[in-house]
Design a protein around this ligand. Structure first.
Ligand SMILES: NC(=O)c1ccc[n+]([C@@H]2O[C@H](COP(=O)([O-])OP(=O)(O)OC[C@H]3O[C@@H](n4cnc5c(N)ncnc54)[C@H](O)[C@@H]3O)[C@@H](O)[C@H]2O)c1
Length: 344
């Protein structure tokens, strides 16, 4: 039996979910001869100690002690501003790193981190979990096999039920960088194409405090791909019907939609239609439960050298470049060419 020790930094909203998933991995990977151990830390000491006790994990008082304890991989689930330093710490220790998206608060801050990783032969997987979602995987297969015909339209949707706290929004970089960045990543990953131009509009019809911190509660971006195909990426913080994440791909032969199932946060306007019959998802954790678990299993395989990096930092930065262009377009009111950069 081989022991794999994962060190988790940050047990806030998403960190607790990763902690639970890492604990659950043990049951899944045991038949493969692997024992997964979790060690964790957080500056919120009491909360971290309690989380560790609840999960039978080991608590360490600091990131330094966590790394020095001899972990096989570092999982970073702290706020975005801390990502660059923590990624560097993991790379310096010579261990593979999983870091929640994004690499840093903006593209400018991300580029030196990407260079540092390259120069030091670091292995860093970024947390774009949709790449592991069964629906998006099937859409990618169908798109790339050509069975949909030529694609005339792509429409991506990401809607939260309620906004996060305004204090969070004030430092999030805006709706496109915080939320739609997942759609920008998945569109690049799925199509294998670059988004070259973005034209964005937004609105503020909910809590005006969101506008006061310079953000919008709802936005839509028209994106143009490098082959001329067009698509839309829309997002809202006020989707009372449920957490709604979908992607519609329409082709000359066939069309399909990711996220159209019994839990879709939509009802039909047509009479005598009882679809969807299930309860809508309420949060990202519910919607992507399977994807987050598969993502962490993939990180273990990356540590073991059994797979390619499923989400390298260069890809995450490329998605952030599109988000930056969308944010600029929102502010200027004009279409913006995406800076495709040279670090890819
Ligand atoms: N992939 C996704 O779907 C997804 C969803 C939500 C959040 N995120 C990302 O995850 C990250 C965390 O978001 P969140 O909503 O969980 O934030 P959060 O504020 O709820 O949690 C962050 C935790 O990190 C701890 N922390 C902060 N600095 C630390 C440090 N230097 N050392 C140790 N602990 C520290 C805080 O005490 C807190 O418990 C963000 O970068 C966010 O963009 C990704």
């Amino acid at each position: 039996m081989r022991n794999i020790i994962l060190g988790l930094v940050g047990v806030g909203r998403i960190g607790v979910m990763h902690a639970n998933n890492i604990s659950a991995l043990n049951g899944i990977l045991h038949p493969r001869g692997l024992n997964i151990h979790l060690r964790l830390t957080d500056v919120a000491t009491d909360h971290a100690q309690k989380t560790a006790a609840d999960l039978g994990a080991e608590y360490l008082p600091s990131v330094g002690e966590l790394i020095a304890s001899g972990v096989d991989g570092l999982v970073i689930a702290t706020g975005t501003a801390t990502h660059p330093d923590l990624i560097r710490a993991g790379v310096d220790a010579g261990i593979p790193v999983f870091c929640e998206k994004p690499v840093a608060l903006n593209v400018t801050d991300s580029l030196p981190v990407v260079d540092y990783i390259k120069q030091n032969n670091g292995v860093v997987q970024i947390g774009h979990q949709r790449r592991f979602d069964d629906g998006y995987l099937e859409a990618k297969r169908a798109y790339q096999s050509g069975e949909l015909g030529w694609i005339h339209s792509l429409r991506a949707v990401t809607c939260d039920m309620t906004p996060p706290p305004v204090e969070f929004l004030a430092t999030s970089g805006g709706l496109f960088r915080d939320c739609s960045v997942h759609d920008f990543d998945i569109l690049r990953w799925l199509t294998g194409r670059e988004i070259v131009e973005v034209y964005a509009k937004g609105s503020n019809n909910g809590d005006q405090a969101i506008g006061d911190v310079g953000d919008v509660d709802t936005a839509l971006a028209v994106v143009t791909f490098d082959d001329g195909t067009v698509g839309t990426v829309s997002a809202s913080r006020y989707n009372g019907a449920g957490h709604d994440v979908r992607l519609e791909i329409q082709g000359s032969r066939r069309s399909l939609m990711v996220g159209l199932d019994e839990h879709s946060a939509l009802t039909s306007a047509e009479a005598a239609t009882d679809f969807p019959a299930g309860e809508p998802h309420r949060t990202f954790a519910e919607r992507f439960n399977q994807a987050y678990r598969s993502e962490m299993a993939a990180f273990v395989e990356l540590i073991l050298g059994e797979r390619e990096n499923p989400c390298p930092p260069e890809d995450a930065v490329a998605a952030s470049r599109v988000a930056d262009a969308a944010q600029e377009s929102l502010v200027t009111g004009a279409p913006v060419k995406v800076d495709l950069g040279s670090s890819r």
